[in-house]
Write a protein that binds this ligand. Sequence first.
Ligand code: PNW
Length: 501
Amino acid sequence: MRVLFVLVFSCLLATCFADDLDDYEINNNTFSEDFLFGTATSAYQVEGAWDEDGKGENIWDRLTHTTELIKDKSTGDIACDSYHKYKEDVALLKDLGVSHYRFSLSWSRILPTGFANKVNTAGVTYYKNLIKELKDNDIEPFVTIFHWDTPQPIHDAGGWTSEFVVDWFADYARVVFELFGEDVKYWLTFNEPKQTCHEGYGSAKKAPAISSPGVGEYLCTHNLLKAHARAWHIYDEEFRSTQNGKISIVIDTPWYEPATEDDEDAAERKRQFVFGWYANPIFNGDYPEIMKTRIAERSELEGFGESRLPAFTKDEIDYIKGTYDYLGLNSYSSYMVKTDPEPDIGSPSWDDDTGIYEYQLDDWIPAASDWVRVTPWGMRKLLAWVKKTYNNPAIIITENGFSDDGTYGDDATRILYYQTYLSNVLDAIIEDEVNVFGYTVWSLLDNMEWMVGYTEKFGLYQVDFSSKNRTRTAKPSVDYYKKVIQTRCLVDTCETDTKKR
Ligand code: PNW
């Protein structure tokens, strides 16, 4: 039996959107007892203490201190001050009842020069303390090794466009496995590599804000994939037998829905350019054929001597293929896709290489972030597509969430977002037999939202950035998420006989 539940929420909204959410049925089965419910943050976005206790400078410190690119001209110098308030954060997590907390390590806090020549003991102590506090409270640490904050000296030496970064990252990964591996059972090498490479080196929309469209992002990705594979193999060969953990990567994508039946190829092309760019080498071997073909053709028409997409050798393909123990999936929203078969040949760009147009519909309920609209059906379609395309991997949703602008009020839209997305996750598990073993809300706290500073707030907890104390206050969605975690149920009453599933 299923219940219609959402009507109440959709009409609490100031505007009732045409894409009526009262059409959504909420799954009233339960999540299994061992399904993981958690929440996430990243180092630069919450820690602050940017130059404290020996931490080195990273590319976000440099960008925020030396440019005017951040919307509210803010920095992550203090952020949520989690470097000093981690015990308070863990108390919030405990109160929520989560099974896991996903956070990232700041490379520059552990290795201030970026290189493994010098380990910063105080930085190591911070993460040891955080991990101990989590474990003392029965919360499993999910540790992201790299969440966009490249050490400045690594960037100065060539960053992700230098092949040597593979060695530098491998050295860093070995250090953190040695230091923390006894207590960490779930590792993630990279968070959302597309954001690092496309936005960092292609479109210049994120640090280090390099504009090299159609070239820089492919080079960055090539090195990053090799670095991921190297870290996976180091773990596999040197640490797995004693530490018994699992290691993978986080890949992000919206769901891309064809605008008409004729646009299915375009939608699939876009999925491959966004997600397959990273997932295909790791899960199936090598870049997607469609990327190899299109980029080679367009490069030739543009007068390049070789494809702008670098090629892996056969050995590299074999080395990268299979470097996952599970999949970390981040997804927030959906786009409609129409074909744009051959954008003009001119200056190269990844966008033109994809050959599509995309847009969101006005009647999808918007968040404060212009790229997030409430499209829960996209989550189910995405999960089914990942299952089919990548051989049914074990998946944990490592990020999903909704932003407000500070005026969250009764928080009804965020509650609606979690409820409808989780309902679609449950549909995917029960009806499509997708192997999803966990779900992670982005984010525990309102935090430094990169280029838009503190203007878009994804937190379950509001943070008062004007107070020295960075006071945390629960938004109403905390109660809803707590109840879901306790009861495993998304509505008031669930069927009881499915508990053991
Ligand atoms: C993620 N998109 O970024 C990051 O992992 C977080 O650090 C960030 O705070 C969070 O999502 C919210 O922005 C994304 O345009 C940024 O599709 C942009 C997109 C997806 C994820």
